[in-house]
Design a protein around this ligand. Structure first.
Ligand code: NZQ
Ligand code: ZN
Length: 390
């Protein structure tokens, strides 16, 4: 195994009613707060009122930026960075799902530089040395943005969707109250589960040395998602299910399971190209791509990892030939995503045709090779896309 540094300094307030600590947490960083949120779910659920009440009681001065879209746009980031500068904001409070959290992270960084925030993502790749403090209140279990230092921003003008990580973007504190996810639709609950599964599989399937303990941890998280997502879809206010999914979303991607692996991810760069052009939900794109990617990468040299996955996560009979177990494991994953979670299973079902295959594949590979579990060239990614057509 590789050496690694474990450092996740986000303070997590987990559980029902933890919002009562919001005021004291924000006041650590100053008086002037920029509250950010999406298209209105927090108003419909009553969370907006609860958050405003906490901030009023703490005597904070609040500015608001609303309407952050799913697959958040650079335009929202620009607006937020300008607001931070204009109002001398001390701390940003993001209330929502991954899109709101991601956009807010780059507002916090953009507030402290003179250039356009898109320079964090384009060929300039402007450094992110500093950011204003960020606090989050999570409303959707999926991305792990509440406990990681990354984010993904879309630019419709260039049809790009690009991720960036930088330690200053790590939230100072995150409020994880599972009851805030009771209003998440069945569809978004399912997409969130697919996203979490992919975060885990991107790390689980690697060529780098595995730490047995971390593999067991990842298998446990996968089993948790498989057990509790259908429960949360059937009973939206099942606290136990929502709590299990919420904490899993954070731990799937907060840096812990990597265990020093330096590998690159595969399905995420591919999916981001789908979202960039077709604006589909991130988790849905991952659900369609992931089983095909697994099938495409499978060979005699890596089959053991598939066997481990199939036996430990799905309980497949280990006495069968390895290749049979591997294929059954992929089938079981597909069954979970497309039958149990009822997600669309093909590109045509979500409006994707072959028009942009070459462009998307080239961009996913960064013009060269997409490293990862199996290095993929443009033609490999195009073949994976082709597998997604039926
Ligand atoms: O905008 P509102 O009105 O809030 O509605 C949202 C949105 O329509 C709704 N929603 C959120 N919480 C809700 C709710 N509806 C009812 N009740 C609630 N409690 O759900 C819809 C989707 O929200 P969004 O924030 O877009 O979803 P998600 O959390 O899945 O975030 C997806 C974004 O995160 C990026 C994705 O690429 C995508 O852009 N990712 C971020 C990562 C990170 N920071 O590390 C990693 C991920 O791999 C991912 O790439
Ligand atoms: Zn993801």
């Amino acid at each position: 195994m590789n050496n690694f540094v474990y450092d996740i300094p986000t303070r997590v307030y987990f559980g029902e009613g933890q919002i009562k600590h919001l005021g004291e947490e924000l006041k650590k960083y100053g008086q002037r707060v920029l509250l950010t949120y999406g298209g209105g779910s927090i108003k419909r659920s009553g969370l907006y009122d609860a958050v405003m009440q906490q901030m009023a009681e703490a005597g904070l001065e609040v500015y608001e930026l609303a309407d952050i879209a799913p697959n958040p746009r650079i335009e929202s980031v620009r607006r937020g960075a300008e607001m931070c500068k204009a109002h001398q904001i001390d701390v940003l409070l993001a209330v929502g799902g991954g899109s709101t959290l991601d956009a807010t992270k780059f507002m916090a960084a953009g507030a402290l530089v003179d250039h356009d925030p898109w320079d964090f993502f384009n060929e300039r790749w402007a450094p992110i040395h500093r950011a204003l403090p960020i606090v989050t209140v999570l409303t959707l279990s999926a991305t792990g943005s509440e406990m990681d230092c990354g984010g993904v921003i879309s630019n419709p003008d260039t049809q790009d969707k690009i991720g960036r990580m930088a330690p200053p973007l790590l939230p100072k504190a995150s409020f994880l109250d599972p009851t805030y996810t009771y209003t998440v639709s069945q569809y978004q609950t399912a997409c969130g589960a697919a996203d979490m599964i992919s975060h885990i599989l991107e790390v689980y399937f690697t060529t780098e040395p595995d730490l047995y303990m971390l593999d067991c941890f990842m298998e446990g998280m996968l089993k948790t998602i498989i057990k509790y997502t259908p429960v949360a879809m059937a009973e939206p206010d099942n606290y136990e299910a929502r709590a299990n999914l919420m904490w899993t979303s954070s731990w799937a991607i907060n840096g812990f399971v990597n265990g020093g692996k330096r590998h690159a991810w595969s399905c995420h760069p591919i999916e981001h190209e789908l979202s960039a052009i077709y604006d589909i939900t991130h988790g849905l794109g991952l659900a369609i791509v992931t089983p095909r990617w697994m099938k495409y990468c499978l060979d005699e040299t890596n089959v053991d990892k598939y066997v481990q996955f199939g036996v430990n996560v799905f309980g497949i009979d280990p006495s069968q030939p390895a290749m049979d177990i591997a294929h059954e494991a992929i089938d079981r994953l597909s069954h979970f995503l497309f039958d149990t979670l009822q997600l669309d299973s093909t590109f045509p079902a979500v409006g994707i045709d072959r028009t942009h295959f070459a462009t998307m594949a080239r961009k996913a590979c960064g013009g060269k090779v997409l490293p990862g579990f199996k290095p993929l060239k443009q033609e490999d990614v195009e073949q994976i896309f082709e597998m997604c057509m039926a």
